[in-house]
Design a protein around this ligand. Structure first.
Ligand SMILES: [Zn+2]
Length: 298
């Protein structure tokens, strides 16, 4: 299938770090190879964690590294006016109503403490599944009635169609949070469908999310998500620590303040991906990266 649109989808809850940039560079490289358009989508639905300086940092970093995109906001002002996820709340609500109509939703009032008491990793054990808590009661979240060990098929970029089991951590995953905003899983899937995205590039840490989102989309009448192709790239580790978590020491804005040039950040990205030789710009990165990644013939 033709890959016609992909997206860069940072969350403005911290300064961008090298892990984000590597994900952007992989996305842009694959888009170039397939002639896919690139959308900049900034996931700001988790309003409590969003800060204006983090939004600005996304634009500054993309400009500094000359990472191109075809669609989406050009600055913070345009983002807030036209592209914030807040404008798409009705789209998320429609999906929630469809799931309610299909009797696929239940209400949950578990606190973090309750979740932790039931499971050391806060995996949901179905505590409220049969409690019949009214759906719109205050301080409740909405969860999906997932099937145990459901099988989910994904189109992967490198290995074609693959079957996965819905991870245990995603049992009864949330579709609406206690603050009444859609959950990440629902909003991200809805946005990708709404913008016509069919190539989704993410870190391997988001594979369980992808499986949950495809599972969710399979419950909907209009499921464009299932035609997407997914590429989950390896996460970059340093000193045993996942890079994307070590925000403080690796934020791009800090690297810039320390005097690092664009070329050095490209070099670092190439080094973490074990590219064969040193790269100092997007063209060099793309050409070496693309020769390192297999593509499924399907
Ligand atoms: Zn509960």
């Amino acid at each position: 299938m033709k890959l016609h649109k992909t997206r860069l989808a940072p969350t403005p809850s911290g300064y961008l770090h090298l892990g984000n940039v590597i994900s952007f560079l992989i996305t842009v490289s694959l888009a170039k190879k397939h002639g896919a358009k690139i959308l900049l989508r900034i996931d700001d639905l988790d309003q409590k964690r969003v800060r204006s300086e983090y939004i600005q940092d996304i634009f500054d970093t993309l400009e500094f590294l000359e990472i191109p995109y075809d669609e989406g906001p050009r600055d913070s002002k345009e983002f807030l006016k036209d592209y914030s996820q807040v404008h798409r709340i009705p789209i998320y609500k429609d999906i929630i109503y469809e799931l309610i109509d299909k009797n696929l939703i239940f209400s949950c009032d578990c606190s973090r403490k309750t979740l932790l008491n039931k499971h050391p990793k806060k995996w949901y054990t179905g505590t409220c599944l049969h409690r019949n808590i009214p759906l719109w009661k205050s301080q409740t979240s909405l969860r999906l009635k997932t099937e145990k060990n459901a099988s989910v098929d994904l189109n992967t970029y490198s290995k074609g169609q693959k079957s996965y089991i819905l991870p245990r951590a995603m049992d009864f995953f949330m579709v609406q949070k206690k603050d009444r905003f859609a959950s990440y899983q629902l909003a991200s899937m809805a946005d990708d469908m709404n913008f016509g995205i069919n190539l989704i590039v993410r870190g391997m840490d988001l594979l369980p999310s992808t499986i949950a989102q495809v599972y969710l989309s399979n419950q909907l009448d209009d499921n464009k998500f299932i035609h997407s192709t997914f590429h989950h790239h390896l996460l970059i580790k340093k000193e045993g620590k996942k890079l994307s978590k070590s925000i403080g020491s690796y934020s791009i804005s800090q690297m810039r303040k320390a005097g690092m040039k664009k070329e050095s950040i490209y070099q670092l990205a190439g080094k973490y991906l074990n590219l064969k030789s040193t790269v100092s710009n997007l063209e060099e990165f793309s050409s070496l990266f693309l020769s390192s990644i297999p593509q499924s013939s399907k």
